[in-house]
Design a protein around this ligand. Structure first.
Ligand SMILES: [Zn+2]
Length: 131
């Protein structure tokens, strides 16, 4: 299921602050259309209600490559080692929550990507395999 939340953002043109729906989690098996947008960094789109400026948000997105055992966090801002470690420990604490999640975690390949160039080959491979 695609998971969304409401975020407050500032228009880069007229500086109006507004609330918009943002994508936080994507299941590729349920939303094939999103692959195209994801590949070009346009998964999270927001439009300023005042000046109508369209912006693409640099936010972290969790991508679940169902039915493959692969979960990727794409976060263009997690370029520091600390940021990566904090994402990793967030994931570790989620799967440590109970036995079922621990089992899933043991079978799942978890990785963090900060660059679209690194993410693209995985998306291409997924599209080829699961047409
Ligand atoms: Zn604006």
């Amino acid at each position: 299921m695609t998971g969304t939340s409401i975020a407050e953002i500032e228009c880069e043109k007229c500086k109006t602050v507004f609330e918009t729906q943002v994508i936080e989690h994507i299941d590729l098996s349920e939303d094939r259309e999103i692959i195209k947008a994801l590949r070009i960094g346009k998964a999270n789109r927001a439009q300023c209600p005042k000046c109508k400026k369209v912006m693409y948000l640099d936010r972290s997105i969790v991508v679940n490559f169902e039915p493959e055992n692969r979960i990727v966090v794409y976060d263009p801002n997690a370029t520091s080692q600390e940021a990566k470690e904090s994402l990793q420990s967030e994931y570790d604490s989620i799967i440590a929550f109970n036995e079922i999640l621990k089992e899933i975690g043991a079978e799942t390949e978890f990785s963090i990507f900060t660059s679209l160039d690194d993410l693209k080959p995985l998306l291409d491979e997924y599209e080829k395999t699961h047409r």
